[in-house]
Design a protein around this ligand. Sequence first.
Ligand SMILES: [Zn+2]
Length: 370
Amino acid sequence: MERKTFISLLVMLLCLGWGFSMTAMAQCPQDPAPVQNPAKMWTRSSSALQLKDTAAVKAEMEKARELAGNDWYFLQLQRLQCNDVDESNTVVQPPGVNLGGTGWHEVSAVPTKVFDNVYYVGGMEVGGWLIDTGAGYIMLDAGYDYSYEEFLKPNIRALGLDPAKVKYILLTHTGPDHIGAANKFQAEFGTKIVFNNTIVNNPWAPGVVTTVMPDGATLTLGDTTITMVLTPRTVGGDGFSYFIPVKIKGKRHLWATYGNTGINGPLANISVYLQSMAKFLTYVDNLRPDIAISSHPFVDGSIRRMELIRECDDRHSRHDLCGPHNPFLIGERAARRYFEIMDQCAVVRYERAAAGLADNGLGPYSPPAP
Ligand SMILES: [Zn+2]
């Protein structure tokens, strides 16, 4: 792959994965790369990508790499959150279909029963998690508006579930990748959409009505009580993170999702991100989750981890026999480390911004064209 094409893939990664604001989307160039294989998330550049990081950035990056260790899903998380490039010039790109002149299109992941009471019905790029509470479903994020008919409802039905039972959708943030389909659920089934503020004039969800919850609130449906924490990533921004009780082979565990994955400059925004993460870590220390999952499943190997669960199901035909360990059950210490990696990568990105470097570390910062 030529360097130019590779750089454009990196730009696409930044555009799609991080900062789903309208301005960010508007600044994304039309990517000329060929259609991606949704299953192929790692791309190797044939030419060296030289990070221009200062000694201060490198020192912080080294801490992030140490936190990731040799765990492949942690390495994937670290590489993406830090915008890191290693010696092999390998980067993760968001899976999906490139439509050439008309942009990029989300594709479905394989619907999967992940825990006793949790199902994945979402896409390869943005999550769609269904929690069965015994009194209807709570859904964590939903996807793009077009994903609703294309695969969200079909995936729910493919798992023998009923989309009309989606009582609540919890939003992590309000980009088109999370709110578009939520609005469709609300229109068809009266689903309540939970967020930290009202969402008005959102071009991806016209007329959407939110159930506004305060910072630190809990929501109970059936046997499930979810805690939500306000974790904005920008000055004046919004976004919720969630702690969700789940069952694996009948045992109770706690899953944590940090709501605002992407880190957006300038410096003042990254400061807000760091403050949000510091607050979130106090919740992690109090509630002690043993499962950590991104709202974007390509970010932390969730797609592959679901594949492992399905392979096991294929062999045993029974979800409850699946392996000695569920690949998402990583334990309290590793779950904390997961969020420490996100936190440390925000430090890396802060140092980069402070040094006047571009977000991807490949050159000096240049403000976007007006
Ligand atoms: Zn998103």
